[in-house]
Write a protein that binds this ligand. Sequence first.
Ligand SMILES: [Zn+2]
Length: 233
Amino acid sequence: MDIAGLYELQKIDLNMDKARRRVAQIRRKLEEPEELKQARAAVATLRSELERLHARQIDAELNSRQLAERIQESERRLMSGEVRNARELEALQSSIESMKRQRAQVEEVAIESMQQREAHQRQLADQEATLAHLENTWSAQKATLEEEETKYKRFYAQLKQQRQRLSERLSADALSLYAQLVERKAGVAVAAVQNGACSACNMALPTGVVSHARTAAGTPVFCPSCGRILFAA
Ligand SMILES: [Zn+2]
């Protein structure tokens, strides 16, 4: 059994795990930040509010103009002498007064809407600047993350190819033992011997086991503590 090959396979698998986890992490980070969504919504709200105020202002201005024309016409009639009846004259006069009061109210609405628009416009400019800043920051972050994602995807594809080539070289027995141990030992089937200890469980290994692992050509030697295949370079 090619123990060195299995150890190589183990390294490839751990790197593939790492690449997969990293890609998943990057994808989570690629979600648009809440702060940016809120800033965009705030700009949209202000814009629609501005449109509403503008419509209200135009409405009031048009009403005022119409009232002005009607007042002018009524005043002309009043002065023309066309109306002689005292009651009619009185009615005409009071209608003129009422229209003037109405016009004053409408003018007030127009001015108020204009002032509110100005205040909203300042707010909108601030909010748009905030949004532009957040968007720039985010698009730079996003570009970096996407670049990183591409890098890891490429790395993963390379590892997959390596794994394929290596698997073809390994015996069916070796692959089946490896698969069983990966399943049972939290993804790690082969552990290196490092300074006389198992690199997976960190237990010191009896010297006999270490030398056996070094010399037993092709026969798997297992860590007495965690049961993984030992690989001694
Ligand atoms: Zn161990």
